[in-house]
Design a protein around this ligand. Sequence first.
Ligand code: NAD
Length: 289
Amino acid sequence: MASLLRGEPVAENVRRRIREKCEALQKKGVIPTLGIVRVGSRGNDIAYERGAVKQARALGVDVKRFLFDETVSIEDLRRTLEAINADPGIHGCLIFRPLPPHLDEMQLSGILRPEKDADVITAAAMGQMVTRTGNDFAPCTAAACLELLRYYRIPLKGKRVTVIGKGINVGLSIALLLLNEEATVSVCHIFTAPAEVRRLCREAEIIVSAAGCAGLIGAEHVRPGQIVIDVGVNTGADGKICGDADFSAVEPVVQAVTPVPGGVGAVTSCILMEHVVDAAVRSVQKPPQ
Ligand code: NAD
């Protein structure tokens, strides 16, 4: 039976760090503030926003919301992002995506200054992550995976890791972070032959799945001693939330596995808050020019 790598203790550890940093900031009269830009009213976005606001308040992080209906013009959104850039009272920003088709997402997100890009969606912030310059943010889900691996003291240096999925903010970013940790990383995607995915998974010491495909990892992908980090969030045939791993097949075999829900996802929103707080800390250290 595998040990469960639960996200909650990891999240609590991140929250403890955030509270300490917030206390130090408060003494300097700074309240870390997250700007949320939401266009439209998708249920998932609203649910995430509600959770983020609740979490922020509990931690002493303020939230300013910029809400638009679906017909917002590119100019209005541009002005908002420029105002966020110029506002020293907003330290980090989250933009819900995808934006409606009439808004050029790359162009708009590129307006945001990388030091305020709390979820690392801009090319500039991604570049800083790859080159390890500027702030050391990574997209929140990718950073949450690393946080979880570190918390459970899972060694990465020289370890063979197979990542499934190369979505820019999830799989690809996780692969890059793991390379930075000196792991030997293989990346599979939709065009990797299923037999090759199975082989690379079985060869790995750690499997990270970020495909968004329920049941993708079965008994034939795993062997004893492995660690499985399941980033996928899917709705199973029974209507319940599940990961990419067939939990009942994988869990009896491997050494440790993250549950879904209650694994990586539990850490992700805390990382967003920590990015905002870290951005506030940096703004105090180096006032904007
Ligand atoms: P995406 O669609 O951008 O990328 C999916 C990737 O998986 C692609 O590279 C695709 O080639 C690959 N893929 C899909 N099916 C595959 C298969 N059968 N075999 C091999 N590769 C396959 O999605 P994303 O935004 O990167 O998200 C990936 C997953 O992570 C989703 O389930 C999403 O819900 C989840 N997610 C979780 C969190 C969290 O906090 N836990 C946060 C964000 C996203």
